[in-house]
Design a protein around this ligand. Structure first.
Ligand code: PEP
Ligand code: MN
Length: 345
């Protein structure tokens, strides 16, 4: 990774760097962080001569050769001071970043979503989630509807809150980017779908859309999870948040094995914000508050929580695991109260 002396290389300086890289059959990718640009070398970057020539340029501060499968996500990288910004909020800076909303938007009852959105704004939620297209274990269950995209866009318009939706393929990704969706969610099933991660990184590079990467049930180590996020950053979008959401079930009674305790490991290895999803982790509305508080204590920067004004009328996971807006208020207050004691690397 190349770090210039100034915040960004001029067009002429970039040309000089690109010329040296191309002499060694490499290319340069510009990655725009919040405060500075860094430049990744793509290709066979083991070449000593190329490194020396680039490092010797007067406008280069250093060429960083972190040998890691996540050199951009690494806490030691030049992106370490990068803050992910969603709308006007810098994630994890002053208060927990809380996203709330139903698992699944019901296109037949748009008002349920719109009213939920207003109620959640009222209690202090900073982002709205809602499933437009759904990954369902049962192929005969409801799979989603393009109409729901219009519903969540209307909710953003009315509340001013940024929105989070899951995208599972290129077509959905393009529709979401066209609609300037604020947070592109990658679900647990696609957490290691490297081709999709690359497309997301490539097509969202330079846009305002951030990515919420969920930890796949099958993603074993923190390193594997962080390396998956690296795929997105290495294609040009550094606005990535890591989302533990429960792993392979082991405790009878919870939907998944709660994994909020991974947060300190993630926080000490990378600079990326951690936004835990307690809803899919424990899978029952009753336990969501406990898991939320634990997540913040373990160092999470935020939470993504399923919430609905009337969970019994919801579709998808809502009847089981969505909390009502009144409960969200308690969760937000409780998390705010322990925010200062949370784990920090
Ligand atoms: C969801 O957020 O509703 C969802 C399907 O999440 P996950 O990918 O974690 O199962
Ligand atoms: Mn869900």
């Amino acid at each position: 990774m190349i770090i210039p002396k100034k915040d960004k290389l001029s067009a002429d300086e970039l040309k000089q760097v690109e010329k040296i890289a191309s002499d060694s059959e490499c290319t340069i990718l510009e990655i725009q962080g919040q405060n500075r640009c860094v430049y990744a070398i793509l290709g066979d970057e083991t070449q000593e001569v190329m490194f020396k020539r680039i490092a010797g340029l007067s406008f280069i501060r250093k060429v960083d050769r972190i040998e890691s499968s996540y050199k951009l996500m690494d806490r030691r990288s030049a992106l370490a001071d990068h803050l992910v910004k969603i709308g006007n909020v810098e994630v994890g800076k002053d208060v927990p970043f809380i996203i709330g909303g139903p698992c699944t938007i019901d296109p037949a009852n748009p008002n349920l979503f719109i009213e939920t959105a207003h109620a959640l704004k009222e209690v202090g939620v900073q982002g709205l989630r809602g499933g437009v297209w759904k990954p369902r274990t049962n192929p005969y269950s409801y799979q989603g509807d393009n109409k729901s995209l219009d519903i969540i866009l209307q909710a953003r318009e009315e509340t001013g809150l940024p929105i989070d939706i899951e995208v599972m393929d290129l077509e959905q990704l393009k529709l979401a980017l066209e609609a300037k969706v604020d947070i592109l969610q990658v679900g647990t099933r696609n957490a290691l779908n490297y081709s999709l991660l690359k497309e997301i990184g490539r097509l969202s590079a330079g846009t305002e859309s951030a990515v919420l990467l969920k930890r796949g049930r099958h993603v074993a180590s923190p390193n594997e999870f962080i390396a998956a996020a690296e795929y997105i950053v290495a294609e040009g979008n550094p606005n990535v948040m890591l989302c533990p959401r429960g792993t392979t079930p082991a405790l009878d009674g919870y939907r998944n094995q709660p994994d909020e305790s991974i947060s300190p490991l993630l926080k000490s290895k990378t600079w990326a914000p951690v936004v835990v999803d307690p809803s899919h982790s424990v899978g029952h509305a009753e336990y969501v508050m406990a898991c939320s508080l634990a997540s913040i204590a373990y160092g999470a920067d935020g939470l993504c929580i399923e919430s609905h004004i009337d969970p019994s009328k919801g579709i998808g996971d809502d009847p089981k695991q969505a909390v009502r807006p009144e409960k969200m208020k308690e969760i937000i207050e409780g998390c705010g109260a322990i925010w200062k004691q949370r784990y920090r690397p």
